[in-house]
Design a protein around this ligand. Structure first.
Ligand code: ADP
Ligand code: MG
Ligand code: ZN
Length: 611
């Protein structure tokens, strides 16, 4: 749409310039004084006139003082004859230079034609602009049925694989695609069928769009870009024709890449839609299927698509011959996180002693977009404090800002509330420090952020793919640590523990129903689970077991919870002195980094327990 406004703007500008030219032309013509033949004769006699130019019956008169004037002579007779009839003096007339010009002079014709031609020319220019824009296929004005397909960037400012950190497997997959676009013959000679569609899947912010754009940069072919949500956003019935158009444009420009971002907006399972716009989606999806089937073997258009909801995609899209290549984009591991941070630190002045590895350690579960955001926040923070460089603390603060929202230092809390929060967090931290299988504590804070009153940052020492039952139980004990501490010290519980309890229940239930970690229940899973943990989405499940089993499950869940609870309770009550020391330090400083916390703990010479 932007380009539509652009062409309107252009048209207006052209019109404006033309009318300016017009008024200018008429202005100069209208200026000269019009003389009657009587006046002209009188002025010749008084010697005021130097030159008369004759064009047909028109007289252009140059006056001595440099001014110009015009007059008309009688049609039938010559100039000097006419003037003589009006009584001009012969020797006065001799002083005047008389020039006869051809009547069909340029100016004469322009004077007649210009007023009629100019609007016509203006129209032509306007239409030329509009058509020129429409023809590129990238921009349309007035044609809503056409795809709002965008031709992406000129080759120079496209990102390349260098701008994408990590994602090695995904890049490797896509390198093949790039290779094909560069030398299709190599593959076709081997009788290989070229992938038509490549589907990029991964949770939001993992770099799908970025990676797709970098494929464009690597391959150096035209790259057409459309967001699927645009197909459905405006008018009913245009989705299908837009799709047809998008494919036609890409084919014309082949070899080329057509990138459909957020394809889940149209590609969701047909017949499963709820609410409006559903028919529209189906038609659009059908059209995509038709187009992808219509590719010939040596048609070198590759369709890239991205989604963070592969679970809801229509099966037909995933059939061979369509999006038969699927590329997973995982959340970055610790090394990738460091690489991404480095990449986004490039244009920011970092202090010499900053350690991005430390930031990578503290950011498990962050997506590439989160990390990019973190670097940006740290730069903002440094600028806000009028520093010339970003220091390590800016980075640390930004982690929490991205994770939990900005600090709410201003929020007034009572001394009592502060104490409760301090003991609560100290409880988490103490249990974590006491249990062998718990993740170590990295930071404790009682400054509220977002919705959290305070928080204890615990992180695994190394990236873990597998977790054991002991680790889960320790995790639950740590989660209950806050609750237990409040109970121990104040004799009652506050609402501050509710999210901890929810977390604990979730883990213990999963132990029993998903991981088969209960001896009594055995190696089974319960509930039709849509395992979307990797997409950062919770497991959704429907019940597919009997009441009796449900009871058994409940009993087992309770057993695990109690086991962790007892462990937490034992730690808190037997190590009250340490709890108090940590809580006091928190009340005083509000935040404790790992080093400060370790110092308190080690002064008590704790022995690690197992659960
Ligand atoms: P998605 O499309 O998967 O939701 P984007 O590709 O839009 O995510 O990523 C958003 C931003 O996050 C990118 O513009 C980039 O700045 C940053 N980013 C994400 N992943 C990476 C990565 N692997 N390397 C570098 N930057 C990344
Ligand atoms: Mg995206
Ligand atoms: Zn808590």
């Amino acid at each position: 749409m932007q380009t539509f406004y652009k062409s309107i703007l252009w048209a207006t500008l052209v019109l404006f310039l033309l009318s300016l030219a017009f008024s200018f032309l008429f202005d100069t013509q209208a200026k000269p004084e019009v003389l009657s033949l009587n006046q002209l004769t009188a002025r010749i006699n008084s010697g005021e006139i130097t030159k008369i130019t004759v064009q047909g019956d028109n007289l252009k008169i140059s006056l001595k003082d440099g001014k110009e004037a015009v007059a008309q002579k009688e049609t039938e007779s010559g100039l000097s004859e006419t003037l003589k009839n009006y009584g001009v003096k012969t020797d006065a007339l001799n002083q005047v230079a008389i020039e006869i010009q051809d009547e069909s002079g340029f100016q004469f014709w322009m004077g007649i034609l210009l007023p009629t031609l100019l609007p016509l020319i203006a129209m032509v220019v306007i239409f030329w602009f509009i058509f020129r824009q429409a023809k590129t296929g990238a921009n349309q004005a007035f044609t809503f049925g056409r795809s709002s397909l965008r031709l992406y960037g000129n080759f120079k400012d496209r990102p390349t694989f260098k701008d994408v950190a990590g994602l090695k497997e995904a890049k490797h997959e896509l390198e093949e695609v790039v290779d094909f676009l560069k030398n299709p013959k190599k593959f076709l000679d081997m009788g290989a069928r070229i992938p038509r569609g490549v589907l990029l899947m991964g949770s939001p912010g993992t770099g799908k769009t970025l990676l797709a754009r970098s494929v464009a940069g690597e391959s150096g072919v035209p790259f057409f870009f459309i967001s699927a949500s645009e197909f459905v956003e405006m008018f009913v019935g245009v989705g299908a024709s837009r799709t047809r158009d998008a494919f036609a444009t890409a084919k014309k420009a082949a070899p080329s890449i057509l990138f459909i971002d957020e394809i889940d907006a149209i590609g969701r399972e047909r017949g499963a839609g709820v609410g409006g716009g559903h028919d529209e989606r189906e038609q659009t999806l059908n059209q995509i299927l038709v187009e992808m089937d219509g590719f010939e073997r040596d048609n070198n258009v590759i369709v890239l698509a991205a989604t963070n909801r592969p679970d809801i995609l229509d099966r037909a899209l995933l059939r061979p011959g369509r999006f038969d290549r699927r590329v997973w984009l995982d959340l970055p591991d610790i090394n990738d996180r460091e690489a991404i941070l480095k990449l986004h630190a490039k244009d920011k002045p970092l202090a010499k002693n900053t350690d991005l590895r430390q930031i990578a350690i503290r950011t498990p579960g962050f997506s590439g977009a989160d990390l990019a955001n973190l670097m940006n926040e740290s730069a903002i923070l440094a600028a806000h404090h009028n520093r010339k460089e970003v220091i390590q603390n800016d980075l640390y603060d930004s982690i929490e800002k991205v994770m939990l929202g900005p600090q709410r230092k201003g929020r007034a809390i009572s001394q009592k509330e502060k104490e409760i929060t301090a003991y609560h967090e100290a409880g988490h931290a103490l249990v974590a420090a006491s249990l062998k299988d718990a993740d170590p504590v990295h930071k404790i804070s009682i400054i509220s952020r977002g919705r959290a009153g305070g928080y204890t940052l615990k992180l695994p020492l190394e990236e873990q793919r597998l977790r054991t039952r002991s680790q889960f139980l320790a995790e639950v004990a740590v989660a209950l640590g806050g609750y237990v501490a409040e109970q121990e010290i104040f004799g009652e519980m506050s609402t501050g523990a509710s999210s901890d309890l929810r977390e604990a229940s979730k883990v213990t239930r999963a132990l029993v129903t998903q991981f088969g970690m209960s001896e009594a229940i055995g190696p089974q899973t319960f509930g039709e689970s849509h395992d979307l943990m990797f997409l950062g989405k919770e497991i959704t499940s429907e019940r597919n077991y009997s009441e009796a089993t449900a009871d058994k499950i409940d009993i087992e869940v309770k057993k695990f919870t109690e086991r962790s609870y007892t462990a937490a309770k034992k730690i808190i009550s037997s190590r009250r002195q340490i709890l108090k020391a940590v809580a006091q330090a928190l009340i005083e400083k509000e935040e404790l980094e790992k080093e400060a916390f370790d110092k308190i703990i080690s002064s008590f010479k704790l022995k690690p327990l197992s659960i």
